[in-house]
Ligand binder design. Structure first.
Ligand SMILES: NC(=O)c1ccc[n+]([C@@H]2O[C@H](COP(=O)([O-])OP(=O)(O)OC[C@H]3O[C@@H](n4cnc5c(N)ncnc54)[C@H](OP(=O)(O)O)[C@@H]3O)[C@@H](O)[C@H]2O)c1
Length: 256
């Protein structure tokens, strides 16, 4: 039986590894997926990206759809495209921004700029909220679908002892609130047969973490394949009661 997944940001570091894990059935049964329902199905996987031409040939996804998170029109168009091929069982939103050529993660209040704050919040919180708005109607509510958002431990308010990274932390805290609100609304509307969760992947070797990689001990820096396998395994073990929360790659709950 084939299920349908969408990985928003499916050409990014963690997103492409999730696509690969889903498409590598049944080989991932030999890794952490021994008991995994997620791997017992074969998956039709759609990935979204802003840069179709460049990376199309490198992706294992069955289709690649354009999606720009800072444009609701683009998100709505992607939803329309997906709607034509049927309902979705799993949607993983694996997009995010920490730094760009113009933006540096803030170390102190003086580093804050209106433009940078707006951009990071737009990509990490506003865009995912609009993805929920436009993709929630596409979910296969007969089969307890999952909407998972890659968040980050640094979005936890209670866990924050270091400060800094203002816009990124603010955006991930907002994303976690989005997850909680949407889980309440969708579970109410669909009699608990749906789950919206946040996921922390660990520190993962990707373009996003590259500027900080040198300061991270080797055993604390995961490959994207390792993170993706553990995130899918984590999803596999969650139930509808876990919805609305954020979980780390090892299945542990991250306090808000
Ligand atoms: N790496 C880590 O150590 C780490 C730790 C904790 C949490 N995370 C979270 O994990 C998620 C994935 O990050 P990653 O490490 O895989 O980073 P990455 O390799 O840099 O991938 C970032 C992804 O975000 C997408 N993206 C960025 N801006 C976008 C926009 N305006 N519109 C649409 N898509 C946009 C990119 O899509 P394109 O294909 O269009 O470029 C790309 O797929 C993020 O939410 C990040 O915060 C990462």
């Amino acid at each position: 039986m084939e299920k349908r997944a969408v990985v928003v940001g499916g050409l990014g570091g963690i997103g492409s590894a999730i696509v690969k894990q889903l498409k590598s059935y049944p080989s991932c049964l030999n890794t952490v997926h021994e008991q995994s329902n997620i791997c017992r199905f074969s998956w039709h996987v759609a990935a979204t990206s802003r840069q179709l031409k460049q990376q199309e040939s490198e992706s294992l996804a069955d289709e690649i759809i354009p999606l720009e998170l800072t444009s609701e029109e683009s998100i709505a168009q992607a939803s329309l495209h997906l709607q034509r091929s049927g309902k979705i069982d799993l949607c993983v939103v694996a997009t995010g921004v920490l730094q760009t050529e113009q933006i540096r993660a803030e170390k102190c209040l003086n580093d804050l700029t209106e433009e940078n704050l707006k951009h990071v919040l737009a990509v990490n919180a506003v865009g995912p909220a609009l993805v929920l708005k436009h993709f929630a109607p596409l979910l296969n509510y007969n089969q307890t679908p999952i909407m998972a958002f890659i968040s980050a431990r640094v979005g936890s308010i209670s866990d924050n002892q270091l400060g800094g990274w203002y816009s990124y932390r603010m955006s991930k805290a907002a994303l976690n609130m989005l997850v909680r609100c949407a889980n309440i609304e969708l579970q109410r509307r669909h009699k608990h047969s749906v789950m919206v969760v946040g996921l922390h992947p660990g520190t993962v070797e990707t373009p996003l973490s590259a500027p900080f990689a040198r300061s991270i001990p080797k055993d604390k820096l995961f490959t994207a394949d390792y993170a993706a396998a553990h995130l899918l395994n984590c999803l596999e073990h969650l139930t509808a009661e876990d919805g609305g929360n954020c979980f780390a790659y090892d299945g542990s709950l991250i306090e808000a």
